[in-house]
Design a protein around this ligand. Structure first.
Ligand SMILES: Cc1cc2nc3c(=O)[nH]c(=O)nc-3n(C[C@H](O)[C@H](O)[C@H](O)COP(=O)(O)OP(=O)(O)OC[C@H]3O[C@@H](n4cnc5c(N)ncnc54)[C@H](O)[C@@H]3O)c2cc1C
Length: 475
């Protein structure tokens, strides 16, 4: 293969999403010569905002929440102080009725009726008693939810939506996903919060306010790119197609753009591209068990269909969740409820998320068929009138969610342990570490990698915590 102009940089960052760009911002601010390589035409990864004529929308609405004052200060500074505080109001659309999310007891009681409500509570109490006498291990999402909320609650509120999001039965979804997602939440905390608006509101998943950039979540990454470009370089429309290594060091990356194939070498590399892709791109190839582990880790993909409407506003909701298996999509949001600058005056748009795999009919359907189906289904739900639709946009987003199947953790750890031998490679981000990170966690992982590199360059000893517990053998 012809390689054009091999070049040397201090630091090469693979992927220009929130994690890669946060790392790039910290490193370029500290004086390093940084190159970010991004495969898509725009930076932002999953947290980008699309501009379609006068309409703007995220790839599924992205609220910004962080527990870290430093990260919040950094985001505020990067946005030049422009950050909205948005009140969250979400509903679950179930059996033609709207339920508050998070659960409000009065609302649930009035919609479910007394008999079902008593069954939910009785079931929860019997599960609390049972767990004192039987010690069955919790392996899956189903085990976890039944143990914490009772079987009826699981059947009513968790099963259908989770299976729609993940595309596998709940007994195949690892408990680690639900444990991190709704950490610290029990039925008691949820009910007490519904009455008192107290502790449960402090749980991230139930937070009733969030931060949002006025031009969409992608404004964070767009501004990070501008910062990096003051001294460094961000190459878009450029894919990493090979990662060369020798003697436990990354030597360089092969990248392809519209002109041809280039090679970039560097002292340090940070990767935020999918963990599984790194394994495939390594040259020479890793051992067979690592390749097999990577080949069997899966991501869930996403199709986003946006319909533009000749109407001022459709809902007053942040998100509407649609668990019903008869409806092909799982979530709806109206960007104007997040920031008034997302749609022009007198018009609005709805963004609809179809969770799928690339092999599914949803992914391979034509844009026209997807737009027509979305309009039809929104009409059936009574949310819009088809005549109001003035435009639509369809986007296919690969690798949207790392899929936590029950045996994922051994495979993930073995791949990370293998890649840990490369003394100048840091793995960051959601796909890059195969972790269920939100934007703030992804940014923090990038910042931590940047700080580790700065410390190493200042002569601090490299500290790497062992990933595998003693005695753990890769499958
Ligand atoms: C539907 C949905 C809703 C979400 N909602 C929220 C929310 O409300 N709040 C929140 O905080 N988070 C939310 N998230 C999560 C958030 O999007 C991610 O945490 C964040 O984008 C992860 O950033 P990252 O940099 O780790 O990865 P990514 O955003 O995936 O960026 C990785 C980048 O690497 C690039 N890349 C991949 N392969 C190559 C290659 N070979 N060569 C070059 N470049 C490559 C990709 O194009 C991408 O730009 C949501 C995610 C989804 C899918």
């Amino acid at each position: 293969m012809d390689v054009l102009n091999p070049q040397f940089k201090d630091i090469v960052i693979l992927g220009g999403g929130p994690s890669g760009l946060s790392a790039g911002h910290i490193l370029s601010s500290s004086g390093s010569n940084v190159l970010v390589i991004e495969g898509q035409a725009r930076v932002g990864g999953l947290a980008k905002t699309i501009q379609h004529n006068e309409f703007r929308f995220d790839l599924g609405g992205h609220r910004f929440i962080t527990d870290s004052k430093q990260l919040e200060a950094l985001v505020r500074e990067v946005l030049g102080g422009e950050l909205l505080v948005v009140e969250r109001s979400s509903k679950i659309l179930h059996d033609g009725k709207l339920y508050d999310y998070p659960l409000s007891v009065r609302n649930a009681l009035s919609r479910l009726g007394l008999r079902t409500s008593i069954r939910l509570v009785a079931d929860y109490l019997s599960e609390q008693i049972r767990k004192h006498f039987t010690k069955t291990p919790i392996i899956s999402l189903e085990d976890w939810v039944v143990r914490h909320f009772g079987r009826s609650m699981f059947d009513l509120f968790f099963r259908e939506y989770s299976e729609k999001v993940w595309g596998v039965p709940c007994d195949r979804i690892a408990k680690e996903w639900v444990a991190t997602r709704i950490k610290g939440l029990s039925l008691w905390v949820a009910i007490r919060g519904a009455f008192t608006r107290a502790k449960s509101r402090r749980l991230r998943t139930l937070a009733n306010q969030f931060l949002y950039p006025p031009l969409g979540i992608g404004q964070i990454c767009d501004n990070l790119q501008a910062r990096i470009e003051q001294t460094g370089q961000v190459m878009t429309d450029t894919r990493v197609i090979g990662i060369n290594h020798a003697d436990d060091e990354i030597q360089g990356v092969m990248v392809q753009d519209a002109i041809g194939i280039h090679e970039y070498s560097a002292s340090e590399f940070i990767s935020s591209i999918p963990l599984t892709a790194v394994v495939q791109l390594l040259n020479p190839q890793p051992p067979a068990e690592i390749r097999q582990a990577a080949a069997s880790l899966r991501f869930r993909d996403l199709v986003v269909v946006t319909v533009m409407l000749d109407r001022e506003r459709v809902t007053d909701q942040t998100w509407m969740y649609v668990p019903d298996p008869a409806v092909p999509f799982g979530r709806i949001h109206e960007p104007k409820n997040w920031s008034p600058r997302m749609a022009p005056a007198g018009k609005t748009h709805l963004v609809v998320e179809y969770f799928c795999f690339k092999e599914d009919a949803i992914w391979t359907a034509t844009d026209t068929a997807l737009a027509q189906r979305t309009v039809r289904e929104l009409g059936k739900l009574g949310i819009i009138e088809p005549e109001e639709v003035i435009d639509s946009a369809v986007l296919r987003i690969p690798n949207a969610y790392p899929l936590f199947e029950v045996d994922y953790i051994e495979k993930q750890k073995c791949i990370v342990e293998y890649l840990d031998r490369f003394s100048n490679l840091e793995l960051v981000g959601r796909g890059g570490q195969f972790e269920y990170y939100n934007t703030d966690h992804a940014m923090e992982s990038g910042i931590a990698a940047a700080e580790a590199i700065i410390a190493r360059n200042n002569g601090a000893p490299a500290v790497r915590t062992p990933i595998l517990e003693p005695g753990w053998v890769c499958p």
